[in-house]
Design a protein around this ligand. Structure first.
Ligand code: KG4
Ligand code: ZN
Length: 347
């Protein structure tokens, strides 16, 4: 079964061809980052217009690279939500058009669940039940995955998402957008103990997260330090504060739930410090940590095709009347507490 996966929930136009839910034949990313970088964040209107321009050429490229014609596609998978309304709309409208024109089934997938299934592309069938940690630009959610597509929410951020915090701190440090990869790189040369930043909610016994105080602490530190600012030290210390809380909460949940597998997912799962520390500390507890390779952690079409293939195998189909849902929750009835507000103003 050859599935065309389309991802347009934010600022990446991702199109992939995945065979039998596992083998990535092509995975094309039409990067919009240069368009948004000058604004220091994603501008929704710019993103939707760029998706319109980039999507069909990306589909053609995915077919060419995957050695297939559009007519060879057996089904079309697309991200229905959550994400930016206008961006989602472009992908969903295009996916419907391809499905209709090709007379093939359409399957809509949840973007966050697609992030989790990126692990299948890397590691094969998921060992379930498992603790799942979804950390992206819009979400920080700690869950238990009991079975295919069945999640239980343990906790989530009460303010900023992890990626949002990386992006905002990078902006304060003048490092550009997206901030996660730049901070990750810069932190390698800095001392993680250079500045003692707060670790909110680390010992509160909950599975919730809070990052807005940490972001403010970095801002205050930067203002107070002036030209003497140790940029790499601040980046490493900020990252260490984020990772300390993440590792403590994720492993705390695994212990309490009696689960020996952790699945990492989302753009921030590409963070080298999170991957290394979580894997190390989990090992001592007999817990294994699975994460997609960094390139499959951030938004891409292959994860959508993979999640779509598995949903198709379960008999799921999405009617052509279905619409995008910017607030689609990972667990029905459990929404995000705070919504991501992309920056509109130039610096
Ligand atoms: O999952 P994703 O590609 O898009 C959303 O669904 O939001 O995540 C994007 C986020 C951005 O905030 C970006 O800064 C962050 O993931 N990110 C990272 C790293 N690579 C990407 N954060 C920390 N370390 C990284 N290496
Ligand atoms: Zn994402």
């Amino acid at each position: 079964m050859l599935v065309l996966g389309i991802e347009t929930s934010c600022d990446e136009t991702g199109v992939a061809l995945v065979e039998d839910g596992r083998r990535v034949r092509s995975n094309v990313l039409a990067d919009q980052q240069t368009l948004h970088a000058r604004y220091g964040g994603v501008v929704p209107e710019v993103a939707s217009r760029a998706h319109v321009d980039l999507l069909h050429p990306a589909v053609e490229e995915a077919c060419a690279l995957g050695g297939a014609r559009l007519g060879d596609v057996d089904a079309v998978a697309v991200t229905l939500g959550p994400g930016l309304a206008g961006s989602l709309l472009v992908g969903v409208a295009a996916a419907k058009a391809y499905a209709f024109a090709l007379d093939r089934p359409l399957v809509g997938v949840n973007h966050l669940i697609a992030h989790v299934y990126a692990n299948v592309l890397e590691h094969g069938p998921l060992p379930l039940p498992a603790v799942v940690f979804v950390v992206s630009g819009g979400h920080t959610s700690l869950l238990v995955m009991d079975g295919q597509g069945a999640f239980r929410m343990l906790g989530q951020t009460i303010d900023d998402a992890a990626g949002e915090a990386y992006d905002k701190v990078a902006r304060v440090l003048g490092l550009g957008y997206p901030g996660g990869p730049v901070i990750d790189d810069l932190a390698r040369t800095g001392d993680p103990a250079a500045v003692r930043f707060p670790r909110a909610l680390i010992d509160d016994g909950s599975d919730d997260f809070s990052l807005s105080g940490l972001k403010t602490a970095v801002l205050r530190h930067v203002r107070a330090a002036g030209p003497a600012l140790d940029l790499a030290g601040v980046a490493a210390s900020f990252q260490e504060a984020v990772v300390d809380v993440q590792v403590s909460k994720v492993l705390g949940a695994a212990k309490r739930e009696g689960l020996d597998t952790v699945l990492l997912a989302g753009g921030v799962a590409a963070n080298s410090r999170l991957r290394a520390r979580l894997t190390d500390e989990a090992e001592g507890l007999g817990v294994r940590v699975l994460a997609p390779s960094p390139a499959l952690c951030t938004d891409n079409g292959a994860m959508v095709a993979c999640a779509g293939s598995l949903a198709l195998e379960r008999g799921e189909r999405t009617p052509l009347e279905a619409g995008a849902d910017p607030n689609l929750p990972i667990v029905p009835g459990v929404g995000r507490r705070a919504s991501r507000r992309p920056k509109r103003q130039p610096r």
